[in-house]
Design a protein around this ligand. Sequence first.
Ligand SMILES: Cc1cc2nc3c(=O)[nH]c(=O)nc-3n(C[C@H](O)[C@H](O)[C@H](O)COP(=O)(O)OP(=O)(O)OC[C@H]3O[C@@H](n4cnc5c(N)ncnc54)[C@H](O)[C@@H]3O)c2cc1C
Length: 404
Amino acid sequence: MKYDVVVIGAGPAGATAAKFLAEKAINVLLLDKQVFPRDKPCGGGLQARVIKRYPYIKKNDLIDSYSFRLCFHSSSLKYKIDVLKSEPIIAMVLRNTFDEGLVHLASQNGAMFLEGKAAVSIKTNTDYVRVTLNDGTTIDASYVIAADGMWSTMTKQLGGTQKNQNIGMCVFEEYPVSKNIMDQFFSEQRCAHYYLNIFGIAGYGWVFPKKEHVNIGLCEFRHAITSDYQKKNLKTLYVQYVTLLKETKIIPKTLQVGTVKGGVFPTVPMERTYRARTVFCGDAGGLTNPLTGEGIYYAMASGEIASKVIINALNNGFALSQTLSVYQRWWMHDFGKDHKRYFRLSKGWRVDVENLVRLFEKDQKFIDLVLSVVMEPLSIKKIRWKVARHVLSVYIKNRLGLID
Ligand SMILES: Cc1cc2nc3c(=O)[nH]c(=O)nc-3n(C[C@H](O)[C@H](O)[C@H](O)COP(=O)(O)OP(=O)(O)OC[C@H]3O[C@@H](n4cnc5c(N)ncnc54)[C@H](O)[C@@H]3O)c2cc1C
């Protein structure tokens, strides 16, 4: 079998890349080791900017529900930043239907989809790449997009590694709940909750309400852990977390914790996200937000960028050495510099977040500044000095005793 491009992994990164390639009549094979619809450990929250950049998600009905309200609770639960907007702040998806929908869009545009087959090896030759599947089939292509997720086999085979501490660890569960009960507890605004530093973890707990599901999880950023940190058992804390949510009437008392699932995401990009004829997208390239763990946006954006680079390469026949390095430059320009900034901020996951929520709970200017990067595909570069100046002035006023 011979294709222009083989995309390995049909998550948001791979399916988006395949869609954009197929739209330009590129001969593309999208393959996944699982049969779809398949599940993927995830909260399923998309910041509004994802919809603004990829409006076809909404047009094709891939959104389950919208949250117009967010509550950020301090770890003591004494303070909270409560944000309410007339337009959605977060869109919620169910990963099995969302990912299947993205694959469907790629197929509709002409991509071939092969499911239930794993790529087990990749070999780069002078003018093509050979991918071997678990049934022994070989597929040749001019270029490969490796979008095979966090534990990417392709990345490992081509010499890419992730340090153990550069990950986010999660425990979570998605519970089916009737629409009536969801309306009763989360209202039609589907208020989503974040519990910052809950139980002293270097991260947060989330409660993401959907139409007829609620996704509840805890997430810890390993790179933010310092030497004085007492190791926590996230599974044990999860049971306490759900109990706390019931006691504070955030979720119904009847909700039973079942088989709590685990999940991991990368928090640092690979040093070099391209090889001679291959690029690494989404989690396979380590392209998840190191402050929040949000990865769907960056998976889709990197898939889109990879497709554009490869279309250029196929059309213009650039020298190989130039061609795929452009991919790294483009995603760095698009969101990579922000990732570095988020990484620096994320070191603060254990630093006085309680005080931050206390000081900013009624600070509309701060809330609006932060919301501007959630709602729009906007670099934090544009607001960082405004935020820094504002935060500094609030801290100084607090020191001078001018804030209650
Ligand atoms: C618990 C948890 C909660 C999260 N919550 C959110 C959230 O609320 N919002 C958000 O934006 N992000 C969230 N993320 C991150 C997000 O899930 C990922 O960043 C995103 O799924 C990455 O997309 P991807 O396409 O790169 O990889 P994936 O979605 O992981 O897709 C990779 C695909 O590759 C396939 N595959 C793997 N190996 C092979 C192989 N050898 N051959 C063929 N196919 C293969 C897999 O079957 C899979 O379908 C969360 C992550 C975790 C772990």
